[in-house]
Write a protein that binds this ligand. Structure first.
Ligand code: FMN
Length: 289
């Protein structure tokens, strides 16, 4: 495939999907194709114009409740119609079980707008909710993503088709979960609050992708447009953002996977063919695909 300019539109709450998007860009560059990375909140918030003038387009998002965050669906709704641009689509999830999920519904929406999705992939990355993954596993997932992207880019450039298969039960299940998350997201936001340790640095306000955080009369408040991405919670320098009812979802130590990824002493050998217990099913994702 002859490509001069590729655009990758991504949403990333806490950085995983951004890391994958950058890995794609680096790999395409090795094949002399230039990539523009576009954070979808920048187009939705009118910080940059909605340009779709690319030879190929990639779309990426984190999996939220087997589906995509609400902001990603808003993005697709606002996406201009194109003239059959070849497209690929990827998502990051905290667990390999999310292979499938709502892919079919999202593909259909993109196809309706003219984006000819021919390649879909899932990247398992550290979970940013509920469970804290071990550093060795974080490193292993990152190294696996690097490996997979090398192969996937070759396949994409070779025009190879790879679409995920979903059975109807999984489609219905994913749809219901996704609806629950769309309604639940704003509630998560509604019950966020800041503790006394907040020093009003306003980083959360600047970083929020849906502009859902305000400071009025020196009081930080949260509106009803939360997309449940957890960015404000984990980027708060004083860890002052808590949730009234759903604090158990927040990883206590915080979330910063760069520490593990950039640690050269980690070899990334957490899962092996001897692994038992919960992470056993990661083996197939890591070594068989
Ligand atoms: C609200 C919410 C729901 C999530 N739901 C799922 C899920 O259903 N399955 C899963 O494997 N991971 C789930 N995750 C984990 C994220 O998909 C995963 O950590 C992802 O890589 C985060 O990407 P990001 O850093 O680009 O936001 C969820 C995370 C959040 C915040």
């Amino acid at each position: 495939m002859n490509l001069n300019k590729i655009g990758i539109f991504y949403f990333s709450g806490t950085g995983n999907t951004k890391i994958i998007s950058k890995l794609f860009a680096e790999e395409f560059l090795k094949h002399d194709a230039k990539v523009e990375l576009v954070a979808i909140e920048d187009v939705l918030n009118n910080r940059i114009p909605f340009n779709i003038d690319y030879d190929m387009i990639g779309f990426g998002h984190p999996v939220h409740a087997f589906s995509a965050p609400k902001i990603f669906f808003e993005f697709i709704e606002n996406l201009p119609i194109c003239n059959e641009t070849p497209s690929f689509y990827f998502k990051t999830a905290g667990d390999p079980l999310c292979n499938g999920g709502d892919t079919y519904r999202i593909r259909k929406k993109l196809l309706r707008k003219g984006y000819q999705v021919f390649y879909e992939s899932l990247f398992v990355m550290p979970s940013n909710i509920l469970f804290q993954y071990e550093d060795e596993l974080i490193k292993q997932l990152f190294l696996a993503a690097q490996r997979k992207i090398r192969k996937i880019v070759n396949q994409i450039l070779g025009n190879q088709k790879s679409l995920q298969v979903n059975n109807s039960l999984l489609r219905i299940f994913s749809y219901l979960f996704s609806k629950a998350e769309s309604y639940g997201g704003p509630y998560f936001g509604k019950y966020l609050y800041v503790t006394d340790t907040c020093n009003r640095c306003n980083l959360c306000i600047d970083n929020c992708p849906t502009k859902n955080i305000y400071c009025d009369n020196d009081e930080i408040s949260f509106g009803d447009r939360c997309t449940f991405c957890m960015r404000c919670v984990y980027t708060c320098p004083s860890k002052s953002i808590k949730n009234k009812y759903m604090n158990f979802l927040i990883i206590k130590k915080g979330y910063n996977i760069k520490i593990a990824i950039e640690n050269p002493s980690l070899k990334g050998n957490f899962v092996s063919d001897n692994t038992k217990g919960y992470f056993k099913h990661f083996y197939k994702y890591l070594f068989k695909n």
